[in-house]
Design a protein around this ligand. Sequence first.
Ligand code: AGP
Length: 349
Amino acid sequence: MTNTTKMWQEILEQPSVLERCKSSSEAVILNIVEHLKKQHIESVVIAARGTSDHAGVYAKYIIEYALEIPVALAAPSIFTTYGKHLNMKNCLVIGISQSGKAADVLEVIKSANSCGATTVSITNDTQSPLATESRFHLFCNAGLEKSVAATKTFTSQLYLIALLVAAWSGNETMEKELSLIPKNITKVILTSAEHIKNKAERYLYMNECFILTRGMNYSIALEAALKIQETSYVRAKAYSVSDFHHGPFAMIEKDMPVFVYAPQGPALKDIIEMINKLKECQAEIIVISNSKEVLEMGNCSFEIPQTDNDMISPFYNVVIAQMFACNLSLTKGLNPDCPRGLNKVTITK
Ligand code: AGP
């Protein structure tokens, strides 16, 4: 059966979306970096909701790693529900919203502007309130996203964040690796689409699962859980393996599906330790990795392209998650484009 969903079409568009997003943002990224280098940025604050919040988690990890500047995720309710203002004078404040209409994120940006902070928004609408309110705007340039389940807007948000961080930190190796991502995503789609479709059937009756990893891919575990929740109504929960040891592990029982993102890189040793612990409990382990040995540890496994750079592997891991969620939804007889009880734009104040 051909996958005719909007979600699938939008997953396939991602390589060209990223190429477009990169070329249309080069000039503004140079402007932002020029400005940031003149400022004494002491910390970064990020405000976002839903999928955009997961892009914010990725941003936290890569900014802290590449620039060694502390990053905090904002609690927008402090600004809206409680009507407070924070002193963000020497901060870079980033608001992320696909629609650019997130009302509470907008309040954080307004508050930041009023105290002289540098504000940057990342949206897929150049005319949106967030795009026009912030000092700098990074445009996803993803085209209209029709499926409620966000895919191409998320990867373009990640790409803009990574391109900005590479330019800000002057990391030319990272810039080169980033330029390979669109082609490698095409490779992921071509080599894994059929395999994922077939394997999704194995999880037809899955009602709950865990999604584990550590480090930069934690953002992808969160996003994978959200994709599976909204497309397939499965109670999916994401954890860093370091937290999972501290209590949640007690929920593991025989045959419990556990997705483990285990790319080569600094976090792999800890992730393998968790896989071994899960095997002892006879959990059903679904491994996503680029290490042959680790792939063999799973009851089911999905391979991603070679890299040992944790700033890069999230792009491949998330495409596996999107393809899996879309196929699982169809296998369960659902429509991933129109999840029950959801609208495309959700505005919280
Ligand atoms: C994504 O799959 C979800 N449907 C949801 O997180 C969505 O991306 C979000 O609500 C969009 O809000 P935003 O426009 O402020 O980013």
